[in-house]
Write a protein that binds this ligand. Sequence first.
Ligand code: ZN
Length: 260
Amino acid sequence: MKFVDAHIHLSNQEYKSCIEEVIAEAEGSKVVALVSNSMDLETGLGNLELSEKYPRFVYSALGVHPWSVQTLNEEELEKTLELIKKQKGDKAVVAVGEIGLDSKYIQIWDKQLGVFDSMLHLAEDLDLPVIIHSHGTTAQIVDMLPSYRVKKVLLHWFSDPTSSLSKALDNGYYISEGPPSVYSDGVRDVVRRVPLANLLTETDGPVHFFKPPFKGKRTTPAFIPHVVSAIAEIKNMSSEEVADQILSNFQQFFGPLLNS
Ligand SMILES: [Zn+2]
């Protein structure tokens, strides 16, 4: 079996001192590719370095996360947009992400909307897929997206099994789920409703998970086999079938990247 992590933040400080170990552990768990997402300019540069250091294994998604909008100034936004534009055609840069809207940060709502809009335009210009954070904002985001010419959409850690989910699926969007697929009723319900052809696996590391078997452990792509077996159980399929389909979805979504 081969596994993929479509959403992690490997350039986060938490991985800095143990990156070799995390990569080795991921490879040892048969993870064959991962997409390291950005929060801002600094983590974006960090991801590009990691993609260079671990070619055809660590792929980068570049963008500004809604949480980072709070401290973002005009100059940094410009520099981030420039950085992303400069990567046009770089096979290691596979998406614009992590971008989106978060209703918890309502005090910077207009600024969030402005940054999200520039990120979506960037994805249009570069013809790249987007990886979306939609905490408390799924309905709004699913309504907004069709007005952009964005090629492919991945809604990560989606936990809103309302009409937004059916609309997202009707539009051909992908959903990625992680460790909560093992223990969260809400996420398991989403997994049940999403056709396997639209599903991807993720860890969102370094986010920590407090339920077994993840409790007390550093979050790494080595968690993915647990996620795959949870999906297999929900879908009443074998882990092999699920892993194969998710690997094929990953390539369908991000491009035929893998040498394996
Ligand atoms: Zn994330």
